[in-house]
Design a protein around this ligand. Sequence first.
Ligand code: HAM
Length: 419
Amino acid sequence: MGKPVYQKVRGMHDILPDASHRWEAVEAAYREVVGLYNYREIRNPLLEDTGLFQRSIGDDTDIVGKEMYSFTDAGGDELTLRPEGTAGVVRAYVEHSIAAVEAVTKCYYIGPMFRRERPQKGRYRQFHQAGAEIFGAPPPVVDAEQVVMLAEFLDRIGLGGAVVLFNHLGSGETRRRYRQLLSEHYGARRSELCTDCVRRLETNPLRLLDCKVESCAKMKGDAPKMREILDGADLSLLERFRSLLHAAGVEAREDDRLVRGLDYYTGIVYEVEVEAERGSVVVAGGGRYDDLVAGLGGSETPAAGFAIGLERVLDCLPESPPASVDLFVLVPSPEAEATAASLLLEARRAGLRADLDPRAGSMKAQMKRANKLGSAYVLILGQKELEAGTVAVKDMREGGQVDVDVAAAVKHVLERLGR
Ligand code: HAM
């Protein structure tokens, strides 16, 4: 083993070949579930103009203020590696005038996001999200449907029993009032606030509820609750949302002070928790952002979405071994090479995962490799078999070995595997 000259960037991870099957399975389940809800994939660039994120996520958020990977490129453009998916999706929605051709647009994405956070379990600097967004639909039916879709996905991959914590950030005047109330509550104890929060008093009082500094976090306990000032229309939306989730069997609890870490939210917001060995883990978050499309130059368009953290989901799932090989061909001599190659081609065309040992070592070494790969069947092309036009088929699970015509060998294995 040599010594590596470079190592991966802190907080970023390689997904190695012996682990990627877990990712593929989770991603396939996601595609399948969102497909059932008629969502179609959108693939955006990883790089966007820095201004896009400042404007949509908000200058005063931790993401924009502290966590973005931003740089000026050789042409002088200010670019940022996307810290989340929504802003880019909305940018594309407006740029391509999608509203003009699709009154209601549903799209999903899976891909890496970048935030320069302090790395720890469940918090990485490059992580992956599976998200979904809907444009052109008012609350609360689609909001509830998105949460149910999310829960269906979690259930399908073995994380049933997710709990949804939700809140309503109020619309227009109510939100302004709530900001005012928060400002007064925290402002009364200004001297105990961290410097960021002193600024937030003026710029963005909702963010006060998000501060992790102990002295500020303590003030959250008796902070005013949104529910106390929500108007009748918002309260009834919230009630309909709750009952739609209830009808679908999704456990949902109101969390009065849930504000989320991004500024674009306008109405119903939520986070989704699952129980893991090490306690409950927030695996997803989302909500409504009815002002963002217009904020980025489009027309007034109601919109809502969520994103799931795939590392967090995978951290909650048990390890599983990669798929084993169905058929392995032992090639004892160069004379058997051509027959082996055509058997392998036939097997692969028939849908079998098939392999050989490319190092062409001893029979014993090749058999060891077949065992290591967990091959269900091994085809042995010895001298005797070659001359007779047959191949020895060894059943590695049940034991036993039979000679079969070369032409019938793959069919034989397929039958034994029940395919
Ligand atoms: P978010 O809550 O910032 O929302 O991220 C969504 C999920 O991404 C989190 O619940 C978490 O599972 C995962 N996540 C976030 N940061 C990290 C990290 N540093 N390491 C590992 N996982 C992480 C959004 O990003 C919104 N764009 C969601 C949305 C879509 N809202 C509307 N549409």
